[in-house]
Design a protein around this ligand. Sequence first.
Ligand code: MV4
Length: 450
Amino acid sequence: MFDTVLIANRGEVALRVQRACRTLGLRTVAVHSAADRDAPHVRHADIALWIGPAAARRSYLDQAAILFAAEVSGAGAIHPGYGFLSENADFAERVEAAGRVFIGPSPESIRTLGNKIAARRAMRDAGVPCVPGSDAALPDDADLLGELADRIGYPVILKAAGGGGGRGMRVVRDGSGLADALALTREEARQAFCNADVYLEKFLLHPRHVEIQVLADQHGQVVWLGSRDCSLQRRHQKVLEEAPAPGIAAETIQAIGTRCVAACRRIGYRGVGTFEFLVEDGAFCFIEMNTRLQVEHCVTEMTTGIDLVQQQIRVARGERLALAQDAIRQRGHAFECRINAEDPETFAPAPGRITGWELPGGPGVRVDSHAGAGTVVSPYYDSLIAKLVVHGDTRAEALARLRVALDEMRVGGIETNLDLHRRIVRDPDFEAGGVDIHHLEHRLAQERGA
Ligand code: MV4
């Protein structure tokens, strides 16, 4: 099995993967663009290889450059992190064809679950509850289409099979706009995803976004690792996440988690995965599955005590899961704030040189970051500079610690969303727990009006 891992990513997740590899005694290869020469994971790696200029297309998305770097460095495995090539089935296939291990699910799993129609069908067949909707790609025939939507009930939402994460969607309020909306969505889908298939779901008005984390080995053993609530978002960008999802009965979560595990067994899933649900009036509705490590995996780590990246590498190595489901518990509560370099008014990325950097600490406080005083935040990549993660025995304790930590943290030289987080953690509705996916945008609109 492999003893060297190539980290095909940058920023905080590259450092996170670097640490997990070191903990397991593995050698590491960092591949970096011209913008990331001085990144900490590059410094800590055994081998660092320059793969191209700052633009991601010519570095972190350049499959040939990364495969060549693996060859010359003798890396037996590639960890894709999140974003970039992490959910690219063709890349996973090329890694395997080169005789290396892709640290993630099989290319077939990535491909199937990347097609949202196929994913829905697989989950429905496995007994995972889905949003009421169509079971196949929509026909263009207006009568058939109208019948389908009438049966589901308005409002409905059209979604591209190749979309996900909020891309390629359109809400339709009544039958009069349906055919035109389908034509538009189809054309956008063809352009954006090279797949013109579109499906239909009932549009839920006030759902929460709740996720279930799973972990599967290559021998058919699968566990679920509790829930996360990611409802606090703006324009499909998550801002603050927590675990477990507050105010949901343990038996309800347990029943859903068990279904997710059964679904993974059925499709022969391996690695870490996330089932995304919309939860409205206590009902869980599957929407999509993410086949990668997620940014917010840390709140699951803090509540379960399990190092998800280490587990990801172990199962990729062919090890059997050493975790039994009945020994896994979510203890206490955790929050994660995504600290971004961004304009507090416009939310536009605000790159630049960080001149001041003071981190919080104390019991239950964790900061995952590649940044520090002197770090230049590049305009070429996403604006995440740190994840502030806080754990406590109860939600109230974790929230109290989070308030203190946010007040302690200082970033100088660039603008950040630290102040936004300080306002969120003092919002009475957020403090009560269980706000829906529209809450943050409603609050921001209120603030602008006030
Ligand atoms: C929905 C929905 C309401 N009803 N599907 C947006 C991201 C993608 N993962 C799915 N999304 C949604 N799908 C149905 N049937 C509302 C959203 C949605 C949303 C979902 C999760 C988190 C934030 C969101 C913000 C706006 C819309």
